[in-house]
Design a protein around this ligand. Structure first.
Ligand SMILES: Cc1cc2nc3c(=O)[nH]c(=O)nc-3n(C[C@H](O)[C@H](O)[C@H](O)COP(=O)(O)O)c2cc1C
Length: 161
């Protein structure tokens, strides 16, 4: 039993300011997978663990969950277009993009503010999402003076110092 509706729940959570990431992985046949993700808290320093959660209805859910690892691209303030591309439905999100392959074959997009490459160590069923906990095996800390892309109340927002 809950005393609130799902709209109120979403609106309440939407008041928590987050950064924006693109998470990528390779499907078993090598097909590149990727989606825009704001559910990216840091979890543990020792060992270095992060996580994100993916909607069970997402087209890339099964591929992401079965992949041995994933790459998290932290987006800079000038990358809202890339975020929109990786949230769009019914398009080939990688069309025309140049990328390399990182650990476990995950596509590595150029130009991210920072990058973390992870081995998936735990998959947790969580309601309508699956939580993928990853151990960070490689990272690019990027340029620490660059401004990040923020997300608040359903919109991108500039993050001030
Ligand atoms: C700012 C933003 C944040 C998002 N964060 C998540 C997230 O944390 N987890 C998730 O599963 N989908 C998230 N999405 C939705 C996905 O990016 C994507 O649109 C969705 O998975 C639909 O993909 P599909 O066409 O493959 O089904 C987010 C979308 C936006 C615009």
């Amino acid at each position: 039993m809950t005393s609130f509706d799902s709209r109120t729940f979403r609106d309440t959570l939407g008041q928590f300011l987050t950064g924006v990431t693109i998470v990528t992985a390779a499907a078993q046949d090598g097909t590149p997978l990727g989606l825009t993700v704001t559910s990216f808290p840091s979890v543990s320093l020792d060992p270095p663990l992060v996580l994100f959660y993916i909607d069970k209805k997402a087209g890339s859910h099964d591929g992401m969950v079965s992949a041995p690892g994933y790459a998290v691209h932290l987006l800079g303030g000038d990358q809202a277009d890339l975020s929109n591309r990786f949230a769009a439905r019914g398009i080939d999100r990688f069309a025309g993009l140049t990328y390399t392959r990182g650990l476990y074959g995950a596509p590595i997009l150029p130009g991210a503010m920072a990058l973390l490459e992870c081995r998936t160590v735990q998959r947790v069923d969580a309601g309508d999402h699956t939580i993928l906990i990853g151990q960070v095996e490689r990272l690019d800390p990027g340029n620490r003076t660059r401004k990040p892309l923020g997300y608040l109340r359903g919109r991108y927002t500039a993050v001030a110092d």
